[in-house]
Design a protein around this ligand. Structure first.
Ligand SMILES: Nc1ncnc2c1ncn2[C@@H]1O[C@H](COP(=O)(O)OP(=O)(O)O)[C@@H](O)[C@H]1O
Ligand SMILES: [Mg+2]
Length: 321
């Protein structure tokens, strides 16, 4: 059995559990002893803060202690640091190089990159470059935003100036996309070849997380997920988000280099992404199966919980019931 280490495990009980079911020995790390995913793993430990100079060393130690072969980051927070220090970690880090992490962390950079390659992306300007004849509405959007934070809709020039002045984040201006929003959960091998691309609808989202959605057999979206991930240089999982104004006119708004918030949906549709990730760690080269998944699978989510008790040593463990 091979061990898989999840960093910034947080609430991703779904991902840790899925790897366990796929045969991995799971090891979860988080800063917060109340992160629920810690207690869904076979083993867990408390990691230092990401900006602590000992962060990478603490992970490398856990890699050798638990015989970890694959390291999977579960948030955007430590992608760049892990991509930069992959050589010191002693396990396969399921990420592309730091330049790819940078290209997707900054949404304005992502826009420039896609535009240069002829891939649809909403019109975007730096604050000082927004033209005087801008058509409204537009969004003032954080360049390094996440979880739908720091996105403000301006209906006219006055509101645009207001939000640009007040937003706490380094921001850019983006056209509001017409049409319906979709996400593609993709997975690429170590050479950046897309192994699958599974589109889903976004029936309902809360705080940037998709809580209701459905997989769809849509050739245009399957191909867009594949083309964007291969152009950007994705290795491992990513989520590609877009709006479709009309057939043939898709605009990509966001690319995240990790398993998406809606991870259980493509899994239920047959993605097999945990097994693919472990196959890469064993040095295998799985064949692409782009477009092979079950369409029409609907996900509807709910809250769940784990109960903990403090032992005599002061350490929290699961309450057995
Ligand atoms: N250009 C746009 N037009 C319309 N809605 C948008 C646009 N950009 C973002 N949104 C909405 O805001 C949400 C969050 O934006 P996104 O770019 O995905 O940033 P993040 O997920 O990193 O916070 C999207 O899921 C979408 O619903
Ligand atoms: Mg997003």
């Amino acid at each position: 059995m091979s061990a898989v280490l999840f960093t910034c495990a947080g609430q991703r009980v779904d991902i840790v559990t899925a790897f366990g079911r796929a045969g991995a020995e799971t090891v979860a790390a988080d800063l917060n002893p109340l992160a629920p995913a810690l207690y869904a793993a076979d083993r867990h430990f408390l990691a230092p803060r990401i900006d602590d100079p000992g962060y990478v060393h603490a992970l490398a130690e856990a890699v050798s202690r638990y015989g970890v072969e694959l390291l999977v980051p579960l948030t955007d927070l430590d992608l760049t640091i892990l991509a930069e220090h992959r050589g010191e970690l002693g396990a396969l880090v399921l990420l592309p190089g730091p330049e790819v992490a940078e290209r997707t962390n900054d949404k304005y950079e992502t826009h420039l990159f896609l535009q240069e390659r002829g891939i649809g992306s909403p019109a975007a300007w730096l604050p000082e470059e927004a033209p005087s004849n801008l058509s409204f509405p537009v969004l003032v959007k954080a360049r390094r935003g996440f979880g739908s934070r720091n996105i403000f809709r301006a209906e006219n020039r006055e509101e645009l100036d207001f939000y640009l002045e007040r937003t706490p984040a380094d921001s850019f201006v983006q056209e509001v996309c017409p049409g319906e929003e979709f996400s593609m959960d993709v997975f690429c091998d170590l050479e950046g070849r897309c192994l699958n691309s599974i589109p889903r609808t976004m029936i309902e989202s809360k705080g940037g997380e998709s809580i209701k959605g459905m997989t769809i057999a849509d050739d245009e979206l399957v191909a867009l997920g594949r083309d964007v991930s291969e152009a950007i240089g994705v290795v491992g999982p990513a989520t590609v988000q877009c709006f479709r104004a009309s057939p043939g006119d898709c605009r990509v708004t966001d690319v995240n280099l990790r398993f998406g918030g809606a991870f259980p949906l493509p899994l239920a549709a047959g993605s097999d992404y945990p097994a693919l990730a472990m196959a890469l760690a064993r040095g295998e080269q799985p064949e692409p199966r782009v477009g092979e998944f079950r369409a029409g699978v609907v996900m509807t989510r709910f809250f769940s919980e784990t109960f903990l008790v403090r032992g005599e040593d002061g350490v929290l463990t699961r309450l057995s019931q």
